[in-house]
Design a protein around this ligand. Structure first.
Ligand code: PLP
Length: 359
């Protein structure tokens, strides 16, 4: 009987809680209001003939490169950052190579490693989820370390690593592909993009799924040194990004006012959430992304169910490393945050918060 490779057979399927997701979706770090109206206008103008054509990625890639201040050879558009991660892993990892990740973090870094047969070395964050620079540096020079994947800001913590530390890591591991995933860049504002090309082993990933509100269209960007991006193009499908997404991307880039407005709303919501947690005495970790991680404690399951019953979806992150009793809540448009806070108060009352603080 046909069997998948052993590494694939051993994989645990990544199962985001899809199923019934009716309600206000504060569980996937999406834009809570959708994409720019200009993107919708572009969508409405699409013609039937365009659906029949294989998509042409390169012209849009040139626009994105120019927007990012890079040369087109340094940029690859991908089917979301998810595909960018796959491509980098496939290009650089042999079975039994080592991948360094810092946990807790985005699940795909581990899943992609496992499917290549590489070994994952999970380095735990410091207290309060601070980035463990010196622990990472202890592994970077090992010849078997061929890939280092870091989300900055990190998911699910919202914590960041400094540009200096990330560059130090990349420079100390010239034999490894260093992938800095800036999916939440717009909410933070600091980036390593200017080093793409200068540091030969550094890759920067960005997405249109979060601040731009286009997760459904699936578009990400991978930037790096031209020679490395050229290698990745060899294994990438020429049609990896669909034509609808490519048609909409220039409209999304053109409407930076929409992105600025949304980022301001997220920053307001993030501050409001953190302020409320402070008042209520609920532990949380200051975040640079569009979500806040908080520790509800042993009643985390009850809390998620209580919020859902009130039409608000939040994400239980209890099973992530170091996140026992933790819930991640997306910060979006302020009207959504205000609605969420109403449900939060009711749910906390229901689960007896205050009487049962986390251990
Ligand atoms: C750190 C990080 N990278 C990448 C992604 C996925 O991005 P995309 O939708 O572009 O595949 C996520 C989604 O939650 C994320 O948290």
């Amino acid at each position: 009987m046909l069997e998948a490779r052993e590494a694939v057979r051993k994989l645990k399927q990544y199962q985001p809680p899809l199923g019934d997701r009716s309600g206000l979706r504060l569980d996937f770090n999406e834009n809570t209001g959708g994409c720019s109206p200009q993107v919708m206008e572009r969508l409405r103008k699409l013609q039937p003939e365009q659906m029949a054509c294989y998509p042409e990625r390169e012209p849009v890639e040139r626009e994105v490169a120019s927007f990012l201040g890079l040369r087109p050879e340094q940029v690859l558009l991908t089917n979301g950052v998810d595909e960018a991660i796959h491509l980098v892993y496939e290009a650089y990892l042999e079975p039994n190579d080592d991948v360094l990740i810092v946990v807790p973090t985005f699940a795909m870094y581990q899943i992609c490693a496992a499917s290549t047969g590489a070994r994952v070395i999970s380095i735990s964050t410091e207290e309060d989820f601070r980035f463990p620079t010196s622990k990472v540096l202890a592994y970077t020079t090992a010849p078997k370390t061929r890939l280092i994947a870091i989300a900055n800001p990190n998911n699910p913590t919202g914590a960041v690593a400094s540009a200096e530390d990330l560059l130090l890591i990349a420079r100390s591991a010239p034999q490894a592909a260093v992938l800095v995933d800036e999916a939440y860049f717009e909410f933070y504002g600091e980036s390593l993009l200017e080093y793409a090309g200068q540091v030969q082993n550094l890759f920067i990933a960005r997405t249109f799924s979060k601040a731009y509100g286009m997760a459904s269209l699936r578009v990400g960007v991978l930037a790096g040194a031209a020679e490395q991006i050229q290698s990745l193009r060899r294994s990438c499908s020429p049609y990896n990004v669909n034509g609808v997404a490519l048609a909409c991307l220039p409209a999304a880039l053109a409407d930076q006012e929409y992105v600025r407005r949304y980022v301001a709303e997220v920053q307001w919501s993030r501050n409001r959430l953190e302020e409320e947690f402070r008042i209520l005495g609920i532990p949380f970790w200051p975040s640079q992304a569009n979500f806040v991680l908080t520790r509800i404690g042993p009643s985390h399951g009850e809390f998620v169910r209580g919020m859902k019953a009130r039409g608000i979806l939040v994400r239980d992150r209890s099973s992530d490393f170091g996140c026992d009793g933790c819930i991640r809540i997306t910060a979006g448009w302020r009207v959504h945050t205000e609605r969420m806070l109403g449900a939060l108060h009711e749910t906390l009352k229901e689960i007896g918060w205050g009487e049962r603080k986390p251990a």
